[in-house]
Structures are given as structure tokens and as C-alpha cells.
Design a protein around this ligand. Structure first.
Ligand SMILES: [Zn+2]
Length: 578
């Protein structure tokens, strides 16, 4: 219900996008049976200027809207209502009205008959346990709600000085299909992550109501997701705590880091969030990617994963960036701006992403590692990326906003350069790093940088010859199952997606094993004759075989090396967070 509506038409909307998501999700598609009345209960006509809007005229200062909405997806974006709970992401569920952004809102839940459900949410509590308020529309739409039978575990956030009297409260609202024995080890992991995140920034954000809430749904009917909000996060998965605790904590780590980085250290491009369109930002390499760099690092610092697991995660991102041709075509900022095309967006036409795009999560996590190591090298390990995050926190996050749900001092790219300059003490150096590696196309020298911590990039398949194409068995041979990578042996030989590779050096290749056997007998640099079927034609071509370029990031001592004292202390301060 909208009371005290100003004279004239009221434009009622449902969102097209959701905070933390960058593409359009078009929540109007699930709305039906909309009935609009005035304060006296008389039906009001509404015109429909577009798919997301109802323009209501002739009201008496009160507009009441009743609607039904369908939702069957439990994650951080959509709506999932079933016999087990009501899992509500606000933009997917709530109508709102244009021009009333700065009004408070009130929400009251009604328990279904026979259910003793409770609500977990960052919305402001009231005396009635089923009624909540939000001071502004931005805060309301940023507030997911879990209405169900889950348990809520609570602890005081660990403080640097051990004095918990003014510590924020951390709530872990857990709706899961496991046993109560699964809960304590998970909550212990959450506590370790909370503490490690605070150590990066030096303090906790001033959470509204001094409370941060994890809304965890680990249910066989949930979809995997993690979605950050100002004072809460939705973390959902079909995996179970009993066998996937560490994986699930990885998402906890990512989302909690966002309580600083993106929720409060916020790029200007996302402030305020636009519920009427896609949200485009050139800074997602930092907001998302650097958050991804830290999620694993905090797990390691908190003793939840060991070095080999951390290095295996880093291998995934560093090798993707180093082996991708896409950095030639797009900078980290360009990749970030593509989010509305790739963030849970789907198309029926094909794209060439493997050649022209790298996820800002991957690209940004790799840059996080590179910037961290470069700053440590530059300052003799006296400073690190942690210090840059702190500078950004103090300048852009901590000052907060005059109104709840807003950030008054969001950052732009130049502010990131300024923070690196302050920490490194070298303005030219900072500007050069950003220009070459974030705004430009140059990949950082990861091979050299990781060496500072006694880490090596070790070839995974040394000396192994490859065509560098992905294939799958198909009638008549092997189908090329994705765009061929620019520069690879297969690409140079003219192979393309959907071609059927028939023979290599006269030998039929009907399975991956057969192709491997033929290539195993050859060396990188050898020329082989390939035949393939392409768009209705048989083609014969020569291919000069590549060496399999894949590698692993490993500790030098695990492959027979020894660390210098400098490498030992570099690695120690990186892993300890100094
Ligand atoms: Zn994220």
C-alpha cells in the first residue's frame, strides 16, 4: 500500500535488476493478477507504458496494489516460495513507486497455517517479530528475506583488542538438510573468516543495527550462488555442509569481504544502484575480482585451507589470464563493462568469449595477486594490497552515507591509482601500473612476480604436443566443441567450431584417446597433416603442433627447489597478512 501519494499519476514498478547482479533479470515476467484500488477499495485503471510499469491515475492519495507472483529459484537473485520456506530477494518480489525513494517502508509477514517460521533479514526489526522496516527504497530492495524453519546462530565478531563489548553481532541463519552436528564447524569457519577480513581493513563497517546476517540455504533444491548486501548476504547451494564445508566457506569469505569492498567501498558507476536498467561498471575487476583474490587468501590466513589448495585456486585464474588471447582485445576495465552480457545472461546466438573475454572475477583476482606482489616488492614487504584496501576504506567506505543504503563518497579509477600511489609512495609507478595492466592490454609479469614468494609456474605437460583444440566424439570423427583459440595450432590450420576432425597424419581420430595417441608420437614443432569436414567440404591442411601451454603454480620447494631468505620472508608476510 502506498499512503499519502502526491496528486497526479503514480508510477508503480517492479525491478529489472538486482543489487550485486549486473544484467537484466526482468522480474515483471513472473507477476500476474495485478489489482489496484484506492483508499476506499475502488478499482483504479492503470496504463502500461512498458513491461515493468503501471501508471495509476485518479487515486485518492492512497494506492493499494495486490498481485500474485511466481518464484521457484532459491538463490541470491530470484524468488523461491515453496512448502519449505519463502526465500525472498526483494527486487524479484516487491513493487515500488517512482519518486518515493526516500520514504521508509514496512513489511509484515504472515505465517502459513501450521508453520512456526521465523524471518532472517537485514531489515530493521520492530517490536513485532514478523514486522520489519527499511529507511529507504535502496535499503529495502537491498534486503533479502528468508522466512522459514532454519536455525539462527549468533556470535560477537572477533575484535583486535579482544574486547567484545562493542563488537558487531554476526548472525548465521542456516536453512539446511544436514544435522545439527554440521552447524558448529561451519560457524567456526565463518568466525575465522570474519576475523581475517577485519584484519585486512583494520575494523568492521558500521553495520546498521550493529548486525550482519548470513542467509544460508544449503538445500537440494537450491541453486549455487552468493550475493552481497550491506548487512547481509545470501549464500545458497545444493551441496551439504557435511561434505562441502570448505567450498561453502569459500563463498562466505567472498561475500563477507564485499561488506567493505563494493557495499561501502563502492564504484561511482554502481551508486546508487539502478533498478530500472542494467548496471555497467568498469571497476568490477576490483569490486569482484580483487574480492575473489582475497576470498581464498583469507581462507588460508584463517587456517581453513593449506598452501597447495590456495595455489591450486590461483593456478586457475593466473593460467586463464596468461593463456587467453583476450587481453589483446580488451582491458580489465573493458571486461568489467561486459558484465550485463555475461552475468547470468543467456543468448541463443554464439559468442566468441573464449577468445575475446575474460571474466572480471578471474582477471581481477589475477590482478589482485599481481598488484599485491608488486607493492610488496616495491616496498620491501612493508606494504601490500591490504594497505591499498585500507586507504580505499578510509577515504571511500568508512565515511558512509547521509541516508541508509547510500554511499556518499564512491570511488572512480583515479582514486584507485591515488591509493596505490599513497601506499607505494610513488605516483608515477602507480599510474604506470594502472595504465598498463588495468586500463591497458599488458599482462603483468606473473612468472617473475610469483618467484618473489618462492613459487614457480611449472608446465603441467612438458614436451607434450597439442593441436590446442577442444573436441568431443561425433559421427565421422571428433567435433571441435568450442571456438578455436586464436594463435593455436588448430586455429592456424583453419579448424573452427563444429568442424569434424577426421584424421591426423592419415590416422583416424574418432575418440580423444586416439587423438592423444597420435599426438603422443609427435613433438611440439612437428608438422602433421590434418583432414576435417567443414561446412559441407572436406579440407586437408598442415598443422604445426604446439607444446601444451598449461601450467601449475607450485611452491618451489615442492619441486626440488630451495627458498632464499628473502623468498621465505616474502611468502610468510603474504600468508600471515602483514
Ligand atoms: Zn562477488
Amino acid at each position: 500500500m502506498f499512503p499519502e501519494v502526491p496528486a497526479g499519476p503514480l508510477q508503480i514498478r517492479i525491478s529489472r535488476s538486482s543489487p550485486g547482479r549486473y544484467a537484466l533479470h526482468e522480474f515483471a515476467k513472473n507477476v500476474y493478477d495485478v489489482q489496484i484500488t484506492n483508499g476506499a477499495g475502488r478499482a483504479l485503471a492503470a496504463s502500461r507504458p512498458n513491461l515493468h510499469q503501471w501508471d495509476v491515475e485518479g487515486h485518492d492519495g492512497t494506492v493499494r496494489v495486490r498481485y500474485r507472483i511466481f518464484g521457484d529459484r532459491v538463490d541470491g537473485t530470484y524468488l523461491g516460495i515453496d512448502a519449505s520456506h519463502a526465500h525472498i530477494n526483494a527486487p524479484a518480489a516487491l513493487f515500488w513507486a517512482r519518486g518515493l525513494d526516500h520514504r521508509p517502508a514496512r513489511i509484515t509477514f504472515e505465517r502459513p497455517a501450521g508453520r512456526s517460521w521465523n524471518v532472517a533479514t537485514q531489515l530493521f526489526p520492530t517490536a513485532d517479530p514478523l514486522t520489519f522496516t527499511a529507511p529507504t527504497l535502496q535499503y529495502l530492495l537491498d534486503s533479502p528475506m528468508e522466512f522459514g524453519p532454519g536455525v539462527i546462530e549468533t556470535f560477537k565478531a572477533p575484535m583486535a583488542d579482544g574486547d567484545a563489548s562493542d563488537a558487531p553481532t554476526i548472525r548465521v541463519a542456516l536453512h539446511h538438510a544436514g544435522t545439527s552436528a554440521d552447524v558448529a564447524p561451519f560457524v567456526d569457519g565463518v568466525r575465522r573468516i570474519v576475523e581475517q577480513a577485519r584484519r585486512v581493513f583494520g575494523e568492521y563497517p558500521a553495520f546498521e543495527n550493529r548486525t550482519y546476517t548470513f542467509l544460508a540455504d544449503y538445500l537440494p533444491w537450491a541453486s549455487g550462488d552468493g550475493m552481497e548486501h550491506r548487512n547481509s548476504t545470501v549464500i545458497s547451494s545444493r551441496a551439504a555442509l557435511a561434505d562441502s564445508r570448505i567450498d561453502l566457506l569459500g563463498t562466505v569469505s567472498h561475500e563477507f569481504f564485499h561488506a567493505w569492498n563494493v557495499e561501502r567501498i563502492r564504484p561511482r558507476t554502481l551508486e546508487p544502484f539502478n533498478f530500472e536498467d542494467a548496471n555497467v561498471s568498469g571497476e568490477l575487476w576490483l569490486a569482484e575480482g580483487v574480492t575473489s583474490y582475497y576470498d581464498d587468501l583469507l581462507m588460508a590466513r584463517g587456517g581453513l585451507i593449506e598452501l597447495p589448495a590456495l595455489l591450486s585456486d590461483l593456478t586457475g585464474v593466473v593460467s586463464y589470464v596468461m593463456l587467453s588471447p583476450a587481453t589483446r582485445f580488451r582491458s580489465a576495465e573493458d571486461m568489467s563493462r561486459l558484465a550485463p552480457f555475461v552475468d547470468a545472461a543467456s543468448w541463443i546466438d554464439r559468442t566468441n568469449w573464449p577468445n575475446t573475454y575474460i571474466s572480471y572475477y578471474i582477471h581481477g583476482a589475477t590482478l589482485g595477486l599481481g598488484l599485491d606482489f608488486a607493492i610488496r616488492e616495491k616496498t620491501g614487504s612493508r606494504k601490500s594490497l591490504d594497505d591499498v584496501m585500507r586507504v580505499l576504506w578510509v577515504r571511500h567506505g568508512k565515511p558512509g552515507g547521509k541516508e541508509v543504503g547510500y554511499v556518499d563518497n564512491p570511488y572512480v579509477a583515479a582514486d584507485v591509482t591515488a591509493a596505490i600511489a599513497e601506499v607505494s609512495g610513488d605516483q608515477m609507478w602507480a599510474a604506470d601500473l594502472m595504465k598498463r595492466h588495468v586500463q591497458g592490454h599488458e599482462v603483468m609479469d606473473y612468472r617473475r612476480l610469483v618467484g618473489l614468494a618462492g613459487l614457480n609456474l611449472k608446465p603441467r605437460f612438458p614436451g607434450r604436443a597439442t593441436l590446442g583444440v577442444q573436441t568431443e566424439p561425433s559421427p565421422g570423427g571428433l567435433r571441435i566443441s568450442g571456438p578455436t583459440r586464436i594463435g593455436s595450432a588448430g586455429y592456424k590450420a583453419g579448424l573452427d567450431q563444429d568442424d569434424i576432425l577426421k584424421t591426423v597424419n592419415g590416422q583416424a581420430v574418432g575418440t580423444g584417446e586416439q587423438l592423444d595417441a597420435v599426438l603422443r608420437a609427435r613433438k611440439p614443432g612437428d608438422t602433421v597433416k590434418v583432414t576435417f569436414f567443414q561446412r559441407g567440404q572436406d579440407v586437408v591442411a598442415d598443422a604445426v603442433l604446439d607444446e601444451d601451454p598449461r601450467f601449475d603454480l607450485v611452491a618451489a620447494e615442492s619441486v626440488g627447489g630451495t627458498l632464499s631468505d628473502a623468498q621465505k620472508s616474502f611468502r610468510q608476510s603474504w600468508l600471515a597478512g602483514r
